[in-house]
Design a protein around this ligand. Structure first.
Ligand code: HEM
Length: 502
């Protein structure tokens, strides 16, 4: 009897789900069928080839091969349009109205609130304007001592791994990047490299893991069901640590400012003090009023998230490319010798980083092949007309940056690592500003890109001054996975030796 009742319930539920799916599918397909794309299955749509983080890249490349750079697909009832050719990218990324982020970003809501990455409309516009001066070069120049002190610890940590045949470099870089962003955004040292088990570091990692898992779990994807899972409990626990920490730092910094201890930018010895991103937020006004603490916290947390995993990925893959290309590594060393010849171990200064032109091409080429943010998404909050077709309200409009960067029209021999593609400043961006977009483009591009470039140069150049990097034997093949950020499932391995200058 119970079995019969269960079967009936199951049939009714499946029937209801099928009707809902059919209703939405027919409604959206009326417009989206004008785009090429795979035939969707009932209920799951085209989600099956994307069932885990490591399947995303091969599945997307396969679809691009079959349907071209711009096509439609469905994740269950959710309609998606992928845009990847220059015309559609220009349309999307230069738009001032399609600026809302796709539903995937909602998983960050409890952590980041409506910080710059996730906000939209007037709030986003006002805060983007307020925060832009925080990335002025005069502010960025002040972070050199942060780069120097954090990379000193990194070198010490890596020195313990000299001559080992296959060192996974990623965890070292990730902790270093966490130290860098925490000190630059909040002026607080969390010593992630020295205390990797601290509650704060663990909570950042826990949150990143949960957000990814939710994206692939048919249960956790739905907010109501998610609230019954163990991950929800872990999320609340981590958020308590993260929010208490940022709020504590904000209060502390605020009372220092109020007590006039850091009121002006000059200390008691007449030396210019470093202004962190937090100080700038505390000194800023929106609509003539100071920014509320909770909004400051959202921005600080956003910088913490957006500014550490991205740079970790970029630094790690640049080192990986260099370990696999000795002749290119040597050219970087030749450039560094010109800059540091008289004093190989001296601290990094801003001018040094500006002079590292060849290293910049190396980093750009690595960002091309391994873009740290391989996929971004927007959402149509109204019907959108594109190319005489209608993209209905509610559709997610995504860009597969990884695929954009492998277009042979702009990058001949696209799978080969060739930094000289970026030798002349103008080559690619002047041909087409949407062909190379590791930091996205247009209105919602990355606000932290200049900071990121400085940090990547500072870290990679410091490592190269101390170590020679070699590929493992046989060469380690990275297994790419899209966990919001591009990572490798099997680590990013190489062997390192102490560098001896002749
Ligand atoms: C190599 C390093 C980095 C890469 C590849 C990168 C890439 C990107 C991309 C592709 C976007 C657009 C995201 C979207 O459309 O959803 C973005 C936005 C953003 N990034 Fe970065 N990023 C990097 C480093 C940083 C750093 C260091 C910071 C902060 C210090 C930062 C802060 C942000 C913020 C706040 C946004 C949102 C901007 C807005 O919507 O106005 N990023 N980044």
């Amino acid at each position: 009897m119970i079995l019969i009742m269960l079967t009936v319930c199951l049939l009714i539920t499946s029937g209801v789900l099928l009707v809902i799916w059919y209703y939405y599918h027919v409604k959206n397909e009326r417009y989206l069928s004008q785009f090429p794309g795979p035939k969707p299955l009932p209920l799951v749509g085209n989600a099956l080839p994307f069932s885990s983080a490591e399947k995303i890249i091969p599945a997307m490349l396969e679809m691009e091969k079959k349907f071209g750079k711009t096509f439609r697909l469905y994740f269950a009832i959710e309609p998606n349009v992928m845009m990847g050719d220059s015309k559609s990218l220009e349309f999307l990324l230069s738009s001032n109205s399609i600026i809302d982020k796709s539903a995937t970003y909602d998983y960050f809501n409890r952590w980041l609130g409506t910080g710059l990455l996730t906000s939209t409309g007037e709030k986003w516009r006002k805060y983007r304007k307020t925060l832009t001066p925080a990335f002025h070069f005069q502010i960025l120049e002040q972070f050199m001592d942060v780069f120097n002190s954090t990379t000193d610890i990194l070198i010490e940590k890596l020195s313990k791994n000299i001559d080992k045949p296959d060192v996974d470099i990623y965890p070292f870089i990730q902790l270093c990047a966490l130290d860098v962003i925490c000190e630059s955004s909040m002026g607080t040292c969390i010593n992630a490299q020295l205390e990797s088990n601290s509650k704060y570091v663990k909570s950042v990692k826990e949150m990143a893991r949960i957000v990814i898992e939710r994206g692939f779990s048919p249960i956790q994807m739905f907010e109501t069901l998610y609230k019954f899972t163990y991950n929800y409990y872990l999320e609340l626990r981590s958020l308590k640590v993260l929010h208490n920490f940022s709020m504590g730092v904000i209060q502390n910094r605020k009372s220092l400012l109020e007590n006039e201890k850091v009121q002006d930018d000059i200390d008691d010895f007449g030396i210019k003090k470093r202004l962190t991103f937090l100080d700038i937020l505390l000194k800023s006004k929106v609509d003539g009023k100071p920014i509320p603490d909770v909004c400051i916290r959202e921005e600080v947390d956003t910088f913490m998230f957006a500014g550490h995993d991205t740079t970790s990925s970029a630094i790690t893959f640049t080192l990986y490319c260099l370990s696999n290309h000795q002749e290119i590594q040597q050219k970087v060393i030749d450039e560094l010798k010109e800059i540091y010849n008289n004093d190989w171990n001296r601290p990094i200064c801003y001018r040094d980083l500006q002079s590292m032109k060849y290293l910049e091409s190396v980093i750009k080429e690595s960002l091309r092949l391994y873009p740290p943010v391989p996929l971004i998404g927007r959402q149509a909050i109204n019907d959108v007309e594109y190319d005489n077709k209608i993209i209905p309200k509610g559709t997610m409009i995504n860009v597969f940056i990884y695929g954009v960067h492998r277009n042979p029209d702009f990058f001949p021999d696209p799978l080969t690592f060739k930094p000289d593609r970026f030798k002349s400043e103008n080559t690619i961006s002047n041909q087409n500003p949407y062909a190379y977009i590791p930091f996205s483009a247009g209105t919602r591009n990355c606000i932290g890109q200049k900071f990121a470039m400085l940090e990547i140069k500072a870290t990679v150049s410091k490592i190269l001054r101390h170590f020679e990097l070699f590929e493992t034997k046989p060469r380690h093949q990275v297994q790419l996975t899209v966990e919001s950020i591009l990572k490798s499932n099997n680590g990013v391995k190489m062997s390192i030796r102490k560098r001896k200058l002749e």
